[in-house]
Design a protein around this ligand. Structure first.
Ligand code: MOS
Length: 695
């Protein structure tokens, strides 16, 4: 290995997969070179709750090219009904509209679809309940919230704080349901080989091993009998972090037509019932402060929905346990179980909606106190983690606020809603919000390093690149771990034939997989010295981080946004947004900037456009395509900047990185809402902030 060590982490690198992506040769799940594939098309329930009484498949069977039609009456029995999301075609019961009730496999996609659409399903429909209400009779407190936080917390005397305050805020914020909407819809291509008794899935997933470990036992197989392959993924945003029903449906279809690669690409519309989404939230924030702005009480109560058949409890109030020093604090989560599709992870679950409400409430408090909202935040900066009492491994929120304020020109801001006129007579305003995301290290990742005959290093780990840049950034981590030039690293990811790896989720990838690679590189050096010969190899793994017992570990950031509002139409534009982040060492400035900007763009969408509209009559998310589910387009993005401060955290992992996949989205929506208030004097507490709400 090189004796003069050049630090690879922190070096700007083009994406190693870039040429393959832009020339169309990087295969996504449906695009691998399959020989004579078959095609599957599902049938979805048209009632939100009920029982199937009959399925007429006669017309479907007559469609030329149909190979198999599976329903609950004839599908293979699965081994476990423990998780009803995966109990696919096993029972006549319908738990939500859009649930899979049949699938057709055919020689062509057209035949499969034609046949599927000709299947007649009769239901005994029951009354359904699909609307989240804070007075829902079935509200309950889950045992914990995602991934494993306490549901409720209480510290200090909240009521005394509220009673003795110089200023208080008591405000309720609502956010709608959101769907993840990756560009590549969820796709599974499944093949069952009878002779080798092996199931192969080309799947668009954030976790190849996660899919394998779910599918194998359901079908009574050993994990070694299931391969999952995912070299390139067209986005996931959490919706591909866990398998969903289509993985099971494709596997059932493949088992019914052995020897064929059965393609099941979901349509955009199907994602709105099958692939997870973010629960709507109702959040009540109560803040109390003394005349100097010190928080005396902070209460964050949350109401959300979950499915009646599977609990997902988004950790929306957890951010309020981390952000600010307060003499007293209370947080709670309550869930209403409904006849709705199953919610799951989406783009900073918890942090994103929780910081929207929490950071709007801080802005409202600053106005009540007549303070600069940046100064109010600085004044409530805790010296230790308010919830655990642990010191932070590093916490640079104040530095982010200060640098952002300087870069943004915050000093000139009029803090009272000024109805300042900008270009074209539009109302102009600015807003700020803080950002945070925890450092997650997941257990159970392993990496292997082999020195190749040409002296290069093959680094193998079953990680995935969901579009974020893992192919490049993880190779850079390996180069630094091995102290060799990047060109010497041949990274292999995206396949269960590689050593076991955890999900690309919770912004944990580089922390978790990088730690395993560092461990393997250390073992290689210990065993074979600094210049290992070809043939040398070593493995390593991600153990627990003992430092986590002593330190609270989070990334922080500050978001500054300028808005303009047309006083006649209510049209909102965002001419400028600046995010400043403190997220440990940045592995690759180029891909990191993309992640921050992508997150901020999704935050703008959260603030202004995205919402999934539930029709209470049908139990259906009705705006289920890109024509009606609006995400920021290039024309909506004006001057968008991301910066970061130098932060090298020695406690988080060997790289000093904190994970940047999700923090970019956190706080953006609050900064937009706060800027709109600054521009107009109108406080909208219900996302998205559409023009009609301002008029
Ligand atoms: Mo992210 S929502 O944890 O994949």
């Amino acid at each position: 290995m090189a004796t003069v060590q050049q630090r690879e982490i922190g070096t700007d690198r083009e994406r190693r997969d870039g040429p393959a992506k832009v020339t169309g040769t990087a295969p996504y799940a449906a695009e691998h070179p399959f020989t004579a594939p078959a095609h599957a098309h599902p049938v979805q329930a048209t009632v939100a709750r009920g029982t199937i009484t009959a399925i007429d498949t006669e017309a479907a069977s007559a469609v030329p090219g149909v190979l198999a039609i599976l329903t609950h009456e004839n599908a293979e029995r699965l081994a476990s009904d423990e998780d009803k999301e995966f109990w696919v075609l096993q029972s006549p019961e319908v738990f939500f509209r859009g649930q899979f009730v049949a699938v057709v496999v055919a020689d062509s996609a057209e035949a499969a679809r034609e046949a599927a659409e000709s299947i007649e399903v009769s239901y005994d429909a029951q009354d359904h309940d699909v609307v989240l209400r804070t007075d829902h009779p079935d509200l309950y407190a889950p045992e914990q919230v995602n991934p494993a936080y306490p549901t409720d917390t209480e510290d200090g005397d909240v009521e005394a704080g509220l009673a003795s305050a110089a200023a208080t805020v008591d405000a309720t914020y609502t956010t709608p349901a959101y769907h993840n909407n990756p560009m590549e819809p969820h796709t599974t291509v499944a093949r069952w080989d009878e002779a080798t008794r092996h199931l192969t899935l080309h799947d668009s997933t954030q976790s190849v091993h996660g899919v394998r470990e779910l599918i194998a036992p359901l079908f009574g197989l050993e994990v070694e009998q299931v391969s999952v392959i995912a070299p390139h993924i067209g986005g996931g945003f959490g919706s591909k972090g866990t398998p969903h029903a289509h993985d099971v449906l494709a596997s059932l279809a493949a088992r019914a037509t052995p020897g064929r690669d059965v393609k099941l690409p979901l349509t955009r519309q199907m994602l709105f019932s099958i692939a997870g989404y973010r629960t709507p939230t109702v959040q009540r924030l109560r803040l109390a402060a003394d005349a100097e702005g010190h928080l005396l009480a902070l209460v964050h109560d949350v109401w959300e929905q979950t499915s009646r058949i599977k609990e997902f409890a988004e950790q929306t109030a957890v951010v309020s346990r981390v952000m600010y020093a307060s003499r007293a604090r209370r947080t709670s989560h309550r869930l209403a179980p409904l006849d709705v599709p199953i919610p799951s992870w989406m783009r900073a679950p918890g942090e994103n909606p929780g910081m929207y409400a929490g950071e709007c409430a801080i802005d409202e408090l600053a106005i009540a106190l007549g303070m600069d909202p940046v100064e109010l935040r600085v004044r409530n900066e805790p010296t230790v983690d308010p919830q655990t009492g642990k010191p932070y491994s590093s916490r640079n929120l104040v530095a982010c606020l200060r640098l952002g304020a300087e870069r943004f020109g915050w000093a000139d801001r009029e803090h009272a809603p000024s109805r300042k006129r900008g270009p074209g007579g539009r109302l102009a305003g600015t807003g700020v919000a803080a950002s945070t995301y925890p450092v997650h290290r997941l257990p159970g990742s392993e990496a292997a390093i082999d020195v190749m005959p040409d002296g290069r290093y093959r680094v193998r780990i079953g990680a995935v690149d969901l579009g974020t840049g893992t192919w490049t950034a993880l190779a850079q981590v390996a180069a630094e771990a091995l102290a060799v030039p990047l060109e010497q690293v041949d990274l292999r990811i995206g396949d269960t034939s590689l050593p076991h790896a955890s999900v690309a989720g919770g912004s944990s990838g580089i922390t978790t997989w990088g730690t395993a690679i560092y461990d393997a590189a250390g073992n290689l050096r210990d065993r074979h010295g600094h210049r290992p010969d070809p043939g040398a190899s070593a493995t390593g793994g991600t153990g627990d981080n003992e430092a986590a017992e002593h330190y609270a570990m989070h990334a922080f950031g500050a978001q500054f946004v300028a808005v303009e509002v047309d006083p006649d139409t209510g049209e909102i534009t965002v001419p400028r947004a600046l995010g400043v982040f403190a997220a440990g060492r940045i592995v690759n400035p180029r891909t990191a900037r993309s992640q921050f900007l992508g997150g901020m763009t999704m935050g703008l969408s959260t603030a202004l456009w995205e919402q999934s509209t539930m029709d209470p009559v049908t139990g259906h998310y009705v705006n289920h395509d890109f024509a009606e589910y609006h995400i920021a387009t290039c024309a909506d993005i004006r001057d968008l900047e991301a910066e970061w401060i130098e932060e090298n955290d020695p406690h988080v992992n060997p790289m000093g990185t904190k994970g940047i996949g999700e923090i970019g989205i956190v706080g953006t929506a609050a900064a937009v809402a706060n800027a709109i208030h600054n521009a107009t004097g109108v406080r909208i507490r219900d996302l998205p902030i559409t023009p009609d709400k301002l008029l």
